[in-house]
Design a protein around this ligand. Structure first.
Ligand code: HEM
Length: 381
């Protein structure tokens, strides 16, 4: 029996003709995805980018995946050298069962179960391509991995074509989704792109009154939470609430009413993992639920926040970035306000048109009086 040279994601190993690519790869320490090892779950789906794919390794795959040289590594015995890659997420279909769908204004909220654990997170998108109507883009707003359950939002103004089973919320209807796909690449940019506004949500939430009540309740819990509170050392709860409130107001209404850093720069020094991001979002969603928001309203609020997920989640601090340039962590700059704000030192209102000084890392602003009182107010953070 001969052995063949296999490359996977730039790493090389050899596979005997008598063993599967999965066994050979795992033996060589490759990080290959797998689950059932019996050709059923398709967790070990790979794409052959060079070489001959044995027919046996494709026999349970759809014709479109076969045509794109996909194979199941647990069913594949190499007959020659091969180069392999992870599946393109857009090609990867997951079978799903609809649990619930509900239309509110221009949004459809969906809850469904997946036949296999789908490695995805809130903020990513999934594609529903039914062929007869244009593909529908679902934005994931919550993932309950242990229950194989996903919540998602579909923006569907009245002219959107929807299949009947979705419009009428047919419990148990089976459908396939492609993905997950990344919506906002994040980190390379200044994080200046904005999600599409949702002014109706602002109105539904009593022109912001309900939002403030939720934020007050949310931050009270954040400041008592052993995992989240350490991020807020040195920040007052009132400031966190005010900033978040005007940021959300800008996102929902589309009006320029927020003065402060965009999430990328506001969180540039914070090491926020995917897990802690989800932990915070879970706390936020539970607070929204306790204040009587509908599932769809919670998903619509989450959509606005998740737009910035990739601008915040990272495993080491980023420099602040303005106009594409990395700027120092410490120091002060001056800015003339285009919208009103509140001085972070004396808490007095600062009118639009006033030139304020702000700390480059912390983003705290000081009014002219506080700036004069001390050449570098807040330099201790
Ligand atoms: C685990 C996740 C998060 C952590 C640990 C976190 C932490 C913080 C902290 C410590 C501050 C500074 C507060 C201050 O200076 O007083 C802040 C500010 C802010 N955060 Fe977050 N945050 C998280 C997620 C989010 C999300 C999802 C959003 C919304 C998209 C957001 C939007 C903001 C905004 C707008 C500010 C104010 C920026 C400024 O001071 O100019 N944060 N955050």
């Amino acid at each position: 029996m001969s052995a063949h040279a296999i490359s996977f994601a730039g790493l090389n190993f050899t596979a005997e003709e008598s063993e599967s690519l999965l066994d050979a790869g795992l033996r060589a320490g490759m990080d290959l995805p797998f689950s059932c090892r019996g050709g059923i779950c398709q967790a070990c789906l790979l794409r052959c980018t060079d070489g001959v794919v044995p027919a046996h390794a494709q026999r349970t795959l759809s014709p479109s995946l076969q045509a794109k040289a996909y194979l199941l590594a647990c069913q594949c015995q190499a007959s020659g050298p091969m180069s392999l890659a992870l599946p393109d997420p857009a090609d990867r279909l997951t079978s799903c069962l609809l649990h619930d769908s509900r239309q509110e204004n221009d949004y459809l909220f969906l809850r469904f179960a997946t036949a296999r654990q789908l490695p995805c997170k809130a903020g990513q998108t999934l594609l529903l391509d039914l062929g007869e109507i244009p593909p529908l883009i679902l934005e994931i707003t919550a993932v309950h991995a242990e229950a194989f359950s996903i919540e998602a939002l579909l923006h569907c103004p009245p002219e959107t074509m929807l299949p009947d089973w979705l419009r009428h919320s047919e419990f148990g209807h089976a459908f396939d989704l492609a993905g997950p796909l990344e919506k906002n690449a994040g980190s390379d940019s200044d994080g200046r792109s904005l999600p599409e506004a949702d002014p109706l949500l602002w109105t539904e939430l009593e022109d912001g009154k309900k939002i403030r009540a939720i934020l007050e309740d949310f931050y009270r819990q954040v400041y008592e939470d052993s995992r989240l509170a350490p991020f807020f050392t040195g920040s007052t709860m009132g400031r966190a609430i005010d900033k978040q409130y005007s940021f959300l107001r800008q996102l929902m209404t589309g009006e320029a009413c927020y003065f402060g850093d965009r999430p990328r720069n506001a969180h540039h020094w914070m090491v926020i993992s995917d897990e802690i991001y989800d932990y915070r979002q879970d706390l936020m969603q539970r607070t929204q639920l306790a204040h009587g928001l509908s599932d769809c309203q919670i998903a619509r609020w989450s959509r606005l926040e998740n737009h910035f997920r990739n601008d915040m989640v990272k495993d080491s601090p980023w420099p602040r970035r303005i106009g594409g340039m990395a700027i120092p962590f410490e120091g002060f700059a001056e800015e003339t306000l285009s919208v009103g704000s509140v001085c972070d030192y004396c808490q007095q209102i600062v009118e639009p048109g006033t030139t304020v000084r702000y700390h480059l890392r912390l983003g705290k602003i000081s009014c002219p009086a506080c700036s004069q009182a001390s050449p570098a107010p807040g330099s201790t953070g």
